[in-house]
Design a protein around this ligand. Structure first.
Ligand SMILES: *Cc1c(COP(=O)(O)O)cnc(C)c1O
Length: 217
């Protein structure tokens, strides 16, 4: 599947959901992909990318930034507090704010830098013990805590349980965002981004459907 096809499918899903054209941002998830494939997508004009590890992002994006203007990098994977400073230097958005200690660290660094990436709070909508994210019952209090720390919270993010139909999770995330006055909804991946758009996604994170399967060997 190509970038153009994914963009066409997003446009169609926007139209079908009665959403404004261009209201959904496509984050091309380039983690683990060879640089040549990423370069092709940059050459095709795309500028919004997602990575899930700080170290991997640091290894490729400064180089791509020297070659292409206007790159916007979104960090979508778990963030250790000792990598927070580097993450803030690299990324324009962090989608994985998932615990008070991380929020406090980001707030301290934001004060120091006078600047902070856009933040999304990750919600563990499936309440899976192995998965990161704030429990649904704690979301309102955590949003309030982040706002109290002056953090620029733009929205909520979720990764539904792999084996479940995702609709309920997308609906739940949308409802929690709305009651907290948040516009941003980071939800939907290669297999379900059209469905996420029908539930209000503003940021879809699509990797393998653009770049092909990831080769971890
Ligand atoms: C890898 C990843 C994606 C992209 O997954 P695909 O199924 O390849 O589209 C989206 N979100 C997160 C948080 C990821 O880690």
């Amino acid at each position: 599947m190509s970038l153009e096809e994914i963009k066409a499918r997003i446009a169609k899903a926007e139209a079908e959901a009665g959403r404004a054209p261009g209201s959904v941002r496509l984050i091309a998830v380039s983690k683990v992909q060879p640089n040549e494939r990423v370069d092709e997508v940059l050459k095709a004009g795309h500028r919004i990318f997602g990575e899930n590890r700080v170290q991997e992002a640091a290894g490729k994006w400064p180089m791509f930034r020297e070659r292409y203007e206007g790159i916007e990098l979104h960090l979508i994977g778990p963030l250790q507090t000792n990598k927070a400073r580097q993450a803030m230097e690299l990324a324009q958005a962090i989608h994985s704010v998932d615990r008070p200690k991380l929020a406090e660290t980001l707030a301290r660094l934001a004060q120091e830098r006078g600047d902070c990436p856009d933040l999304f709070i990750q919600v563990n909508t499936g309440e899976e013990p192995q998965k990161a994210g704030i429990a649904p019952a704690d979301v309102d209090a955590f949003v309030a805590q982040c706002r109290g720390l002056d953090l620029p919270v733009r929205g909520l993010m979720c990764i539904p349980p792999a084996e479940e139909e995702p609709s309920m999770h997308f609906a739940l995330l949308a409802k929690m965002a709305a009651r907290n006055g948040l516009d941003g909804l980071s939800m939907g991946m290669s297999g379900d981004f059209e469905k996420a758009i029908s539930f209000g996604a503003t940021h879809v994170r699509v990797g393998s459907a653009i770049f092909g399967a990831r080769d971890y060997t």
